[in-house]
Design a protein around this ligand. Structure first.
Ligand SMILES: [Zn+2]
Length: 294
């Protein structure tokens, strides 16, 4: 038997793993890949975004509630998951609002990266998925997630860096998750409109700046048959997602037909590959890179 491939997904908050790349993970797990989600913060400062869950007893115990939601989503996706122990920075109302003391967004890069370097050295992923340098959206924890992911990718294989966090391990590819592209939402909007389904995306698309995407999509992973699992995992984060809300306005069948992939930008690669790709592991042969696995 060949050695297993391993995929690590690095996320800022519980629920991000279910809205960004979840169907990809569900697919790879079911194909025998080992998948670990690393969640940098506990999501302690997230608001309750589902009106049906906005109740005093839930708001008062939000950290615990979000852990339980994460457990459920993890089971649905079939992945492993670990929290890396930082505290949510919250989303500032404007750029002048100071971040709260001790939060993830205020950590020094080395302090913020050490637990992820340790996780990489322990789990030994071949591929890491994270956000682009805008964080996908401008939440300080998402931007910091990009920075620590790059730092871990570059440092985990260097025996002189981050001493005391395990044996060096060099991941081979680093991807940015590219789910929220204008191209995709335009396609979904057109398909919904053509089918007479009200689309809520028009204003949003109109406000999108008309410029080339900063990080072009290099890799489209077919995973339409796992969209149902993705949706179930997202709904498990009941405080964060309204099942009757915006996120679920495009019927799953339309998404499966019009946009059956989850998309990525290959940000770093130490292996030869030809773009575009349809597999995050193109160019990687676990037997060659994991001689220690018998
Ligand atoms: Zn988040």
């Amino acid at each position: 038997m060949s050695a297993p491939l391993r995929l690590m997904a690095v996320h800022a908050h519980p629920d991000d793993e279910s809205s960004k790349g979840a169907a990809t993970m569900a697919r790879y797990v079911r194909e025998g890949v080992e998948v670990l989600v690393c969640t940098l913060t506990g999501g302690e400062r997230g608001s309750v975004l589902n009106p049906k869950m906005d109740r005093p007893e839930i708001v008062a115990n939000i950290a615990e509630v979000r852990r339980a939601e994460m457990d459920r989503a993890r089971e649905i996706l079939g992945v492993r998951q670990q929290f890396l122990g930082f505290v949510d920075s919250g989303l500032p109302e404007d750029e002048n609002e100071a971040l709260p003391d001790g939060c993830f967004g205020l950590q020094k890069l080395e302090d913020a990266s050490a637990p992820l370097v340790a996780a990489v050295r322990e789990f030994r992923p071949h591929v890491i998925i994270t956000y682009d340098d805008d964080g996908g959206y401008p939440h300080p924890d998402h931007i910091m997630t990009n920075r620590v992911s790059i730092e871990a990718f570059e440092a985990a294989g260097d025996p002189d860096r981050y001493p005391g966090t395990g044996e060096p391990w060099q991941p081979l590819k680093l991807y940015y998750q590219m789910g929220f592209t204008k191209e995709r939402f335009e396609a979904l909007h057109e398909a919904m409109t053509a089918r007479g389904i009200g689309s809520p995306y028009a204003d949003w698309i109109a406000r999108w700046e008309d410029r080339p995407q900063k990080w072009p999509v290099t890799t489209r992973v077919p995973c339409a048959e796992y969209f149902e699992i993705r949706d179930q995992a997202l709904i498990a984060h009941a405080t964060q997602i309204d099942p009757d809300g915006w996120f679920f306005s495009c019927p799953r069948e339309v998404q499966q037909e019009v946009w059956p992939t989850e998309d990525y930008h290959l940000a770093r690669s130490l292996v030869d590959t030809a773009l575009p790709e349809d597999d995050l592991f193109t160019g990687i042969h676990a037997d060659e890179v994991s001689p220690a696995c018998h």
